[in-house]
Design a protein around this ligand. Structure first.
Ligand SMILES: Cc1ncc(COP(=O)(O)O)c(C=O)c1O
Length: 365
């Protein structure tokens, strides 16, 4: 059994995949080419936004959003204490200050705590849809409004959220702008690095497009000092083929998650992942919390079942955030110590799902 099976995906995608890649090789427009444009338009449609700007990866996309907002020296950006390092790295890279806030039961930003962390210097909040759980961005917006802080921008880090929705709206369309990663292991993954920003704000969209391509829209209209963060056309060709499968693949993840939840709901020692009542989880990870995760991981390993940890350290436990007292982040620190990611993915057969269910069931606590 594999936790991610790119060869399985390849087999499902042929012959379209080879044809699509061959077309790019034949034309030779390797960067920001035809399929990049087509993917941008398809992904904007998928997320229900007016525009999608393809870029190099899901860290650049966060940085590009922050840069486009003019967020930099001395500005504060609220970031959940449990996420991949890239979320706060992007804030640091633009010269701003990540203000860490603990996560809630669903292991996403604690929205009430986020409001308490606002200061006059707060410019933005990054809502990370961790594990594919869609953050209630609308509630965050209402809380910010109630606090008199409608000026604070909501950015989605949707690197793990492809295919999730909340209150009937797709992740990617919930804040002012959203950042996506298409790292190969994501729900929608390229065959290399790739990322994108989605937004319905036309000013943001143009600014990000310029920033990501040396400050220009055309060939030589370098209006601002930008950078190079573009999507390879080959990656876009892969993503276009995969995007057509995304809903079916996420639906399979939901099926597997429902089987796991039904099978394990009575296990007092196992904290199952939260499910939003008014939203659809994308199940990028099926993350459980267990008192002794190493023991469960070893037991599953012996049964031929791979597991992972996302993540062994919360942000305040990383050296570059060491000034934050750990006592302020009890949930994030506890998740870091007890989280175990169990196999989930479109490639898993019913038989493999049953094997996971039985193996967890036979664990002696
Ligand atoms: C929550 C989160 N944010 C940002 C990123 C960064 O994406 P990339 O690896 O494409 O730069 C990732 C990727 O793992 C992620 O999981």
């Amino acid at each position: 059994m594999k936790s991610l099976d790119l060869q399985w995906q390849r087999a499902q995608l042929e012959p379209e995949l080879s044809t699509a890649m061959e077309a790019v090789l034949g034309r030779g427009d390797f960067i920001n080419g035809l399929e990049t444009r087509q993917f941008e338009s398809a992904f904007a449609g998928y997320t229900g936004t007016k525009s999608c700007i393809a870029c190099g990866n899901g860290t650049d996309s966060l940085e590009l959003i922050l840069e486009a907002l003019g967020i930099g020296n001395g500005d504060e950006v609220i970031v959940p204490a449990m996420t991949f390092a890239a979320t706060s790295e992007a804030v640091l890279r633009v010269g701003a200050i990540p203000v860490l806030v603990d996560v809630d039961r669903a292991v996403v930003l604690d929205l009430q705590a986020a409001v308490l962390a606002l200061t006059p210097r707060t410019r933005a909040v990054i809502a990370v849809h961790l594990y594919g759980y869609p953050v209630d961005v609308e509630l965050l917006r209402q809380l910010l409004e109630a606090a008199g802080r409608s000026d604070v921008v909501i950015i989605e880090d949707a690197a793990q959220g492809h295919g999730a929705s909340r209150r009937g709206r797709m992740v990617g369309s919930l804040g002012l702008a959203a950042s996506f990663s298409f790292y190969p292991g994501k729900n929608l993954g390229a065959f290399g690095d790739a990322g994108a920003v989605t937004t319905s704000d036309e000013v943001m969209s143009e600014k990000i497009r310029r920033l990501a391509n040396h400050g220009r829209l055309g060939k030589f209209d370098h209006e601002i000092a930008g950078r190079n963060s573009r999507m390879d056309t080959l990656q876009a060709a892969v993503l276009l083929v995969k995007l057509a499968r995304l809903d079916a693949w996420v639906a399979r993840r939901r099926e597997i998650a429902a089987s796991y939840r039904a099978a394990w709901s009575g296990y007092g020692w196992l904290e199952l992942p939260e499910v939003p009542l008014d939203g659809l989880h994308a199940w990028h990870q099926f993350a459980v919390l267990v008192p002794d995760r190493d023991a469960l991981a070893a037991h599953l390993h012996d049964a031929g079942i791979p597991t992972g940890v996302h993540y062994p350290q919360s942000l305040p436990q990383l050296p570059f955030h060491s000034s934050w007292p750990l006592a302020d982040f009890p949930r994030a620190v506890s998740v870091a110590a007890h989280e175990l990611s169990l196999p989930i993915g479109e490639h898993l057969s019913d038989d493999e799902v049953s094997r996971v269910i039985d193996a967890v069931g036979s664990f002696q606590v």
